[in-house]
Design a protein around this ligand. Sequence first.
Ligand code: ADP
Length: 605
Amino acid sequence: MRRRSLFWRLYVYFLLVTVGALAATAWYAANSLRKFHQDQVTSDLVARARIIAGEIPLLSVQDPGAVDRLCKDVGRMTLSRITVILSDGRVVGDSNENPAVMENHRNRPEIAAALVGGTGQSIRYSDTLRRNLMYLAVPFRMTDGAVAGVVRASLPLAVIDQALATFYRHVVLGGLAVAALFAGIAIFLSRRITQPVAYMRQASEQFARGDLNARIPVPDTEELGMLARTMNQMALQLNERIRTMGLQHNEQKAVLANMSEGVLAVDLDQRILHINPAACRLFGLKPDEGRGRHILEVIRHIALQEFIGITLNSDGPVERDVVFREDADRFIQLHGAALRDDAGAIIGGLVVMNDITRLKRLESLRRDFVANVSHELKTPLTTLKGCVETLTDGAVANPDEARRFLGMMDRQVGRLEAMVDDLLVLSRLEHESDRGGAELTPGSVNDVLARVVQAFFDRAAKKGIQLVLDCPDSLTAPINAALLEQAVGNLVDNAIKYSSEETMITVSAARQESSAVVAAVSAASSDEDAVMIRVTDQGLGMEKKHLDRIFERFYRVDPARSRAQGGTGLGLAIVKHIALAHRGSVTVASTPGQGSTFTLRLPVT
Ligand code: ADP
């Protein structure tokens, strides 16, 4: 349906009502006037007829000519037609015609009415004059009171119509003028009503487009003013509510986006309602990739799918650990709960996923460590127990045997002591790293290295090994001198242990600028300035496959050799922890049969 604007509707209605009212008034006025005029004419004709009726008895009835003359005289003077008819219907006088040739008028309705004593009236077409006439007839009586005849006066209606035509013309012209005036007023009135509505329409369109800051000018009419105020109020509240909801939404989004736990919400059909970035990362999905899709299409983990099914069908929270088997196993702890609407009906499920792989790994490392420590302690303890038994069984009586066994016991106790010392050092380092790392103060690197070289000089010399220090005097770094001394000491100790006689061990240190570090071969390249401490030997070296693991606790390339050398298998693990306590790292480069270089990298800034 085609819609017309409110303005045009109002305008057309105003115009129709105005023109209709004018037309009705004009019609009513014209009818009243016509009636008034007819009444005037009627009473005029009655008066004329009565005057003539009064005259007739004075004339000789026997002289028809006298009556006819009277009719013709009066007719000429009054511009009306006068006819006199006797009681038998004969016409004896007529202002316009010769009565002798006129037919009997007894049956004319006005005549018949007058003959019985009343006033007869009729409007009719006159055959004689060939036009519509108004007839009025009154009786005239003889002296005895009997009706002797009728005087009839008549006037053509055209005369009345002519009189009214001028009036009609004036009414129509006046009406048109008034209608034109009202057309102008109707435009003004329609505009006054529709203008505020147009403003409201504009504003509500802006509201619909989302611009809730738009305001409607308040019109001065009460109803429209109230409507505009209410709409403005509504926009204000809506704006406020949307702003609050937006803030809440953003807060929720930020919380979900920054959670380290994966969050997955599904509906009852197991379609994904929400999946946060952590969950996407967990399943290798692009952000928002899974939203709206079925869980089976997106995540192909049977254990998770089963868990979602359980979550949707359980009343309370559920929990389960699952393993995702990929390149490496990932242990995920799942917490699930049903999502409910306000009425308490289940509308979906929420699953929170916690990657506990690191925890599991730590747990297993700890288990391995306890097993390793027990194993490492068991060997010297078994030896000690054997020595004690042998001595108890009689060897104590033999001084040479007793000395041999006591010597063995001394070595085993020394091994146990070394191991417990190393374990204590490791435990202290772990403890410190839990509390934020060791305390570092700027100190001379050269001093530390010089002390280490001095401490190991004799042991090296005993094997004919040349121990060389190459470090600028001025080299400083933020260090914990005691720990650094222990770390470099461990490296030099290993270098002596795993080098043949008559070789050379170099302990060197230098500052490496950040740009140079990037170009360096070191795996620990970084954009920070650093001090690089290197211990290079010309000893046994190691195969590549061992290099990644030698910093693990109790890892040895050749366990028998290590034990023979008094090694605990913890020396490099301690070096690694000390490097970490300095926010640095330790790396190794080695060639079997040619030697190894251990590099400690300590960041300076
Ligand atoms: P250990 O007490 O056995 O020396 P470490 O943790 O100090 O324990 O060293 C682990 C292993 O790494 C050693 O058993 C040894 O096989 C190897 N290793 C360490 N330093 C060197 C080196 N300079 N040359 C060759 N092998 C080394």
